[in-house]
Structure formats: structure tokens, C-alpha cells
Write a protein that binds this ligand. Structure first.
Ligand code: SF4
Length: 565
């Protein structure tokens, strides 16, 4: 096992590590800026609701709410005072004008980026540098004569996800701060530029965060033609949403602080998944859209959504595929009955079954042909299991646990064999294997361990990081068997662990007090999701990232001849 000596840092205060200024700031309270009196009242009530539910927070730890006044000029003037105040994290809450077509009054927009007019000078510049972005030229943003500010809030997906779990309608987006009232034409232009919501204060206030965690939550008060003070204060449903967001904001503040992320290596895509995705990509390139794919090509929502956008059509069964069309079989494999149906329908098939799954199918046929009863250790309903069962329906029987082993009634107790689903947890399968050996001393196993190299490697790697982590996060979709097994493996190693499809699935309560987070990804989860999670955690404070590598992988599978050219 090697500990990657190269650590990297992420987050607003990336220049600071745990135990430095970032740690000191984390112990300081939350400061909430709200422009108008009605907004301040709603937010105070929401924070009080939260404190009551938590048994009361008082003194230096209590969040403070500061009314900053209406408009960009007042906000810019208050911003220069705010940056000298003692606070650990900054939130800007208020109402705003919805620009995106899907927004309606009362919806919350959590800023992933704030752009627009802001204070000139070193603070504004520093914020823009942290963000690594330059504000685009936008209409209505140059009215104050002050500089332009772009601030990113990387923790926005975490906050928006938590707001949705609290029952609120919330999305992330770009919030643009405008220096003057904008009419319908300007609003349409801002929407076309990708802005979700317009306000008149967030940009200069967010820049006052000075590298500390910043959150901007704006409730849509109107989606009409003009941005006016009357509409900003008038949205009852917007104020109700702001109040309801108070407890969530408290959880966001409690989750802020410096932390370490310990990456498990290897993680993410295996050779079988890379091959399956490349097969669909090549089929699309060579045959054009649409290319049909039976079942999810791999069990991951991001991979499926990406391929769908590029022209793949995912179907559950072949009767949804037009006669003569191109169809790809997924990495999990299919039964001979599905192959026969595709041939009867004269479909042009490209088989993306992982070669390691195909090996299990071949062993099932071999054992069945020799008269063995084959116990297939796996999970009911999984596509891979269904495909293997279909290889010899009379001879292959699913066993999920040792109770199922006790129910086996072979014709010849000397002719029992077992095979395994490739994505099982190694220690989970070994219990059933032991039960089989006890019940049938002559039981035969597969030639080599059927739990694939990628599953074994990822489980070993997550065990190595779980031992030193307060919390383990596993990137992967809910229907990904190998990702779920990683959660179980981490839990067995003693760490609380959760499966997440992306950053917005992370519950803020998990993060409070979690100084070291182990992070891995199932074999079907793209590496970009891991990067998104690290970026989101970096929005809560400085993050030091290191990698613990238990083994390196170099295996690649060749492509089928149909797409090899
Ligand atoms: S996890 Fe193993 S069996 Fe499954 S696709 Fe990857 S390499 Fe193949």
C-alpha cells in the first residue's frame, strides 16, 4: 500500500490547511446578510426554529443576522465593513427575481456562482481569483461604477440537496447582481446568458467572505417583467421559503470546517465498464443515432444520461427495439434466450458483456453439461444473475445466503458446483462458500475466483481508508451492486458509510464533526463525480486531499469486432 505523497488542496481557503487559520475561522459563528427588514425577520425566525429544535444555541456560537440594505451601492458599502467582522462563514439570504423558465415564486436558488457588480480592489480581486472565473459581460451589471465580481460557491449542490430533502423546491444556478432595475428585455438577455436569478446585493456581499465558506440562498419573489422593491418584499411564499431554509442553513454552517479527504485507490471505472461505454460511443459514431441499448449499459445515472444525450436509447426489453435496428447488450450480460430473440428479429447486435461475466456464463454451461447442480451465489433480480441463470435454467440455482444452501436438493450430492456474481463483497460470498463446503464436502468451485479483480481491488482499497476515516462516501448509483458492496465493506471496517450518486446526495448532518472523509467510487461511477464531490466539500472549508493506493490496475479488454475498426 502506498500513500500518495502528493496532496492537493481544494476549496475557498485552499491556501490554508487543517489546524491553521481555516480551523480558527470554523469555530467562529455564521453571519447572515439580508438586504431588507422582511427578509431579515423571516431568516431570524428560521434560525430560531432551528435553534429551538437543537435545544438552543447561544452566545458566541449563535448565528447573527445583519440587515445590509437595498441595492448594490449599499451592499458594496456594507461589504467593506463586513470583511472586518469576526465570522466563520457567510450566508446571503433574500428574495430575487426568477429568470430561468422553470422557476416559480417561492422556489429557492442556491448560487453556484454570483456574478455582477461588486467592489473594486483587492478583496474583489481575491474572490474572483479563488473562483477561477471572470464574470461575463452581462447587461445591467455595470451600473454602480464599481468593479465586477465573480464568486463561486462550490458547496451549492450540498445546500440545494439538503433544501430539497427538507421539502423545499431548490436548485443551483448563477445569481447575477444588477446595479439598476431591469426590464423584460434585459431579463430575457440575462436568462439567455445562463443566469437563474437576479438580485441587487449578492455580488459585493459575497466578495466580503474573503476566502471563508459562502452561501447565497435567494427565494424567487417574482418572475414578471420588472425587478422592483415592491416585488422583492411582496412575495409571501418567498419569505415563507426563506424561513423554512433557516434550519438547513444552520446545518450547512455546522458542516463547515477544514477536513481531510482520503481517496481510495483504485476507485471508479474498471476495464469492463470502460469497454462497455466505448462500445456504445463507437456504435453511435459508426452507425449514427439511434443506437438501442438493452438495460442500462452500466449501472450509473451519469453514464446513462450522457450516452442518452449523445443518441443512445435505453430499453428494458428487445420488443421496444424496431426490427433490424442496432442494439447493444449491457456489460452485465444476457441469457441465451435474449440472444436467440435478437437473431430472430434480425437485430444488429454488439455485445458489451464484460469478458469476466462471459467467463462465469461459460463455466455455468460447462458444469451443467457435466451434470452438476450449480449454486450461483448472487442477488436476486440483478441482471448479471438473470443472464447466468438463463444459461442452464434447469441446472443453475440462485443461493443468496446459507439458508438457501440448506434448501438445496441435488440429485447427486457428489455433483454440486458453485459460481459467483462478479460484484459480491468477498467476505459476504465466503460465508456462503463455507456453508456449501460444509453441506457438500465434494463441492467444486470456479477455476479461479469469480469475484472480479476490480471488485476485489476496490473493496481492499476502501477497507484501507475506512480504518482512518470518520465517514466514508461511496460514489455510485443506487442500483450499482458493486458500489453498494463498497458501502457494506466500509461499514464492516468500522466507518459509517453512505452511497451517493453525486454531491447533492450528501446529507450535511453526516459532515458535522467528520474531520477525515474516506472517498471512493464504484466500478461504474465516473471519475468526474469524485472530482465534483471534492469540489463541493472544498466549499465548506479547506480540504487536504491525499490518496491511499493499495494496488494499481492496467488491465484492458479488447473491443468486439463489430466496432473495432
Ligand atoms: S466490475 Fe468486474 S465483472 Fe463487472 S464490468 Fe467491471 S471488470 Fe467486469
Amino acid at each position: 500500500m502506498t500513500e500518495n505523497p502528493e496532496t492537493r488542496r481544494a476549496g475557498h481557503a485552499a491556501q490554508e490547511g487543517p489546524g491553521t487559520a481555516g480551523e480558527r475561522e470554523a469555530h467562529r459563528p455564521l453571519l447572515v446578510c439580508t438586504p431588507l427588514r422582511a427578509e431579515a425577520q423571516a431568516v431570524r425566525r428560521g434560525l430560531r426554529d432551528s435553534a429551538k429544535a437543537a435545544g438552543g444555541v447561544s452566545g458566541a456560537d449563535a448565528p447573527s443576522v445583519l440587515r445590509t440594505g437595498y441595492g448594490a451601492a449599499r451592499a458594496a458599502s456594507r461589504a467593506s465593513e463586513i470583511r472586518h467582522l469576526p465570522f466563520g462563514m457567510l450566508a446571503i439570504m433574500g428574495t430575487g427575481a426568477g429568470l430561468a423558465a422553470d422557476l416559480r415564486p417561492g422556489d429557492l436558488v442556491v448560487a453556484a456562482e454570483i456574478t455582477g457588480a461588486g467592489p473594486a480592489g483587492p478583496q474583489g480581486t481575491a474572490a474572483a481569483d479563488d473562483a477561477g472565473a471572470v464574470a461575463p459581460e452581462l447587461p445591467g451589471t455595470a451600473g454602480t461604477g464599481a468593479g465586477r465580481t465573480a464568486v463561486r460557491c462550490p458547496s451549492a449542490p450540498l445546500l440545494a440537496g439538503e433544501l430539497r430533502r427538507a421539502g423545499l423546491r431548490a436548485r443551483t444556478g448563477t445569481v447575477v447582481t444588477v446595479g439598476h432595475l431591469v426590464g423584460r428585455a434585459e431579463r430575457e438577455k440575462l436568462a439567455r446568458a445562463g443566469c437563474a436569478l437576479a438580485d441587487m446585493e449578492s455580488a459585493p456581499l459575497a466578495a466580503a467572505g474573503g476566502g471563508r465558506p459562502v452561501a447565497v440562498v435567494r427565494a424567487v419573489s417574482d418572475t414578471g417583467a420588472l425587478l422592483r422593491p415592491g416585488t422583492l418584499t411582496g412575495g409571501v411564499s418567498a419569505l415563507r421559503s426563506l424561513r423554512a431554509a433557516g434550519p438547513v442553513l444552520s446545518r450547512w454552517a455546522a458542516a463547515c470546517g477544514p477536513r481531510r479527504v482520503l481517496l481510495a485507490g483504485p476507485r471508479s471505472f474498471c476495464a469492463g465498464v470502460e469497454r462497455a461505454i466505448e462500445i456504445v460511443e463507437r456504435a453511435l459514431e459508426q452507425r449514427g443515432s439511434p443506437v438501442y441499448v438493452r438495460k442500462q449499459i452500466v449501472h450509473n445515472t451519469h453514464v446513462v444520461a450522457d450516452l442518452e444525450q449523445r443518441g443512445a436509447i435505453f430499453v428494458d426489453e428487445l420488443d421496444e427495439v424496431p426490427d433490424g435496428a442496432s442494439v447493444v447488450f449491457s456489460a452485465h450480460g444476457v441469457s441465451p434466450a435474449v440472444r436467440a430473440e435478437a437473431a430472430r428479429r434480425e437485430l444488429s447486435v454488439v455485445d458489451a458483456t464484460c469478458p469476466l461475466v462471459a467467463k462465469v456464463h461459460a463455466e455455468a454451461r460447462r458444469f451443467a453439461g457435466e451434470g452438476y447442480l450449480v449454486a450461483l451465489i448472487g442477488h436476486e433480480g440483478h441482471e448479471e444473475v438473470e443472464g447466468t441463470l438463463g444459461e442452464a435454467p434447469g441446472s443453475v440455482v440462485l443461493v443468496q445466503d446459507s439458508d438457501d444452501v440448506a434448501k438445496l436438493r441435488p440429485r447427486d450430492t457428489g455433483k454440486v458446483a458453485y459460481l459467483m456474481q462478479t460484484t459480491l463483497a468477498a467476505d459476504e460470498a465466503s460465508e456462503v462458500v463455507d456453508a456449501l463446503h460444509e453441506a457438500f464436502p465434494d463441492v467444486r468451485g470456479p477455476g479461479s475466483d469469480d469475484i472480479c479483480y476490480a471488485t476485489t481491488n476496490r473493496q481492499r482499497a476502501v477497507r484501507a481508508v475506512a480504518a482512518d476515516s470518520d465517514l466514508v462516501l461511496v460514489a455510485g448509483s443506487a442500483n450499482s451492486s458493486n458500489s453498494r458492496r463498497l458501502v457494506e465493506t466500509a461499514e464492516r471496517a468500522g466507518a459509517p458509510a453512505h452511497l451517493i450518486d453525486g454531491p447533492d446526495d450528501i446529507e450535511l448532518g453526516w459532515l458535522a464533526g467528520a474531520g477525515t472523509i474516506g472517498l471512493t467510487a464504484g466500478a461504474s461511477a465516473p471519475p468526474s463525480v469524485v472530482e465534483d464531490i471534492i469540489a463541493a466539500l472544498g466549499g465548506l472549508g479547506p480540504v487536504e486531499v491525499s490518496e491511499r493506493v493499495t494496488t494499481t490496475e492496467s488491465l484492458r479488454f479488447s473491443l468486439p469486432k463489430e466496432v473495432r475498426q
